[in-house]
Design a protein around this ligand. Structure first.
Ligand code: ADP
Ligand code: MG
Length: 565
């Protein structure tokens, strides 16, 4: 646009023309008048032509001046800052907007380094932007914070291109706009997104959302872990068939569709879920329709929590409750039974007593009564003989009393043995059992009775001895009366856990149920054995199979034994 000579107006042109004329040879002398006139005419025409050209040039120059001013105006007052930097970052040129943005008068900014205005932490970013321009010569964009002189720091977006100056040196042409508002908005958005993620990842529930095709759009961290994924990003675009809980996909999707179709939430229902490890857990799920800002349905949002432990605890509680009720019932009926038995004990004791008295009465009648009657008869007879004077015959008769009295003594012994065998106090339980066995053997010689005692006399409490003896006695009585057994084993032992008395026979046995169901009077012996055992803290049992014999067992645990000592 600029010319070296420039256009400096008609006066200047005239002066130069005259100068040129002086150096040319004056040819007018040899010219005729006619020629001179024609030459003058031509010169005039030429002069007018030149003046017209001059006028035209002046107009063009004016236009150019206006246009230049307009471009300068456009440049200087553009709404963005324009900067031209060299490769060191020095400002070669800038518009007024850029100067205002940097808070320094334009003239004072020329040749200054632009980086002085860049906020320290962002300087690196600026240099890499600048270097990229000169290295790659391609358009570059960067965002840096600038600290203008006397003004507030702001975010500047630098968009630069490479160009060359008139002398061929590389330049960076940059437009610089204040994007603080946008950056702040972006930052706020970023912060609120971060907060949202933080909230989603912190709440103690799994959260997920799907589009209308039931493909996942997102989820929180705990949901991703449940799905066997590393991070929530991996869920995007998948559907339930492609996740560890494929087995339940159909179930989940039908709920999703229901929520989408009805546009109504489905809340707090329980359903199973397969874990990445292949276990089954229980979850409580809620799903709600997902609407966009315009109120149009976009998909479904769901949450759930793992209630497996809760459910298990519930189940256990229910089971414990049931078990407790069952036990209470069991105890109640046991108590009722015990109560009933207790109520019966006095009457039974009385009947046992009666029974015992009856037996005693008949024993006395049959044995001592008979003997005494016989003795009385014989004494009377002897006295009669003495009165008749047959003294020696009377004395002879007395001799016959001896065996009768002897028998009577034995019978009496049998009777008191039946009440409380004195042997027990004199020689102890073990010897008494031995005696009992021998007595039984004497009565039924064809029956073999074994007695085995694996317990020391002093290990057995005194109070227990009579009970053990009575139980053994009644068991042997029953064997004698009912069993027709050939072999009988009696063992009394103490294995450290307690004292046990076992009497077994190989006799006819019995149908226990039947015996216990029929009249109680018939099983008085069995009942008294049981009561003797239980009243002293022990337990009692009878096992019997018809045709295979009977085993009677009484057991006193060591605690009961200790208590009796
Ligand atoms: N060792 C046994 N072998 C076979 N039957 C027995 C034996 N012990 C008891 N019994 C049966 O049990 C019943 C009840 O016995 P128990 O109560 O002692 O009454 P009792 O001996 O007075 O009949 C007996 O009548 C008998 O039928
Ligand atoms: Mg009996």
């Amino acid at each position: 646009m600029k010319s070296k000579r420039g256009l400096k107006g008609p006066e200047d042109l005239r002066a130069r023309a005259e100068e040129n004329l002086k150096s040319e040879p004056d040819r007018l002398g040899d010219t005729s008048l006619e020629d001179a006139n024609s030459l003058i005419h031509e010169l005039r025409v030429h002069q007018i032509e030149l003046e017209m050209q001059n006028e035209e040039l002046r107009r063009v120059q004016n236009d150019l001046e206006i246009s230049r001013a307009r471009y300068a105006d456009l440049y200087d007052f553009a709404p963005v800052g324009y900067l031209t930097l060299n490769k060191h970052g020095q400002i070669v040129d800038l518009n007024l907007t850029a100067a205002r943005q940097l808070g320094i008068e334009r003239g004072r900014l020329l040749n200054k380094h632009f980086q002085y205005s860049v906020f320290q932490p962002d300087k690196k970013e600026f240099f890499s932007h600048l270097n990229a321009i000169f290295d790659r010569r391609e358009r570059q964009i960067a965002e840096v914070r600038l600290s203008p002189k006397g003004g507030d720091q702001f975010y500047a977006r630098l968009e630069s291109i490479y160009s060359e100056g008139e002398d061929g040196t590389g330049l960076c042409r940059t437009n610089m706009s204040d994007v603080t508002l946008r950056s702040r908005a972006e930052e706020a958005l970023r912060e609120s997104q971060q907060m949202l993620h933080l909230v989603l990842d912190t709440i103690p529930a799994r959260v997920f959302w799907k589009d209308l095709d039931l493909n996942y759009l997102g989820c929180n961290r705990s949901f991703a872990l449940d799905a066997g994924l590393q991070s929530p990003k991996e869920i995007v675009g998948r559907n339930d068939f492609e996740i560890v809980w494929g087995e339940q996909a159909q179930l989940y999707r039908s709920d999703d569709l229901e929520v989408i179709k009805t546009r109504r939430p489905k809340l707090g229902y329980e359903e199973p879920q397969t874990t990445p490890g292949g276990d089954k857990i229980w979850v409580r799920t809620s799903k709600v329709p997902l609407f966009d800002v315009k109120g149009e349905i976009r998909g479904v949002l769901g949450t759930y929590e793992d209630i497996t432990d809760h459910k298990r605890a519930d189940e256990e509680l229910r089971r414990a409750h049931y078990e407790l009720e069952r036990r209470v019932e069991e105890r109640t009926s046991a108590l009722e039974k015990a109560n009933k038995e207790l109520r019966q004990i006095p009457s039974r004791l009385i009947s046992v007593q009666e029974e015992e008295r009856k037996r005693l009465a008949s024993e006395l009648h049959d044995s001592i009564g008979q003997t005494l009657a016989a003795v009385k008869l014989w004494v009377e007879m002897a006295l009669r003989l003495r009165d008749e004077g047959v003294g020696s015959a009377a004395l002879d008769r007395l001799e016959q009393f001896v065996p009768i009295l002897q028998r009577s003594i034995e019978e009496t012994r049998n009777i008191y043995m039946g009440l409380r065998p004195p042997m027990l106090d004199n020689v102890g339980l073990l010897a008494t059992l031995e005696w009992l066995r021998n007595e039984c053997m004497k009565l039924y010689p064809q029956r073999h009775i074994e007695l085995e005692t694996g317990v020391a006399e002093e290990e057995i409490p005194e109070n227990l001895k009579v009970n053990i003896f009575r139980i053994a006695q009644e068991a042997l009585n029953n064997i004698a009366k009912h069993s027709k057994a050939e072999w009988v084993d009696i063992t009394l032992s103490n294995d450290g856990n307690g004292i046990e008395l076992v009497i077994s026979d190989d006799g006819v046995g019995m149908n226990l149920d039947q015996i216990l169901q029929t009249s109680t009077a018939r099983s008085l012996g069995l009942t008294s054995m049981r009561e003797r055992a239980e009243l002293t803290g022990g337990s009692f049992s009878i096992e019997s199979t018809p045709g295979e014999g009977t085993t009677t067992r009484a057991f006193w645990p060591i605690e009961a034994v200790d208590q009796l000592q």
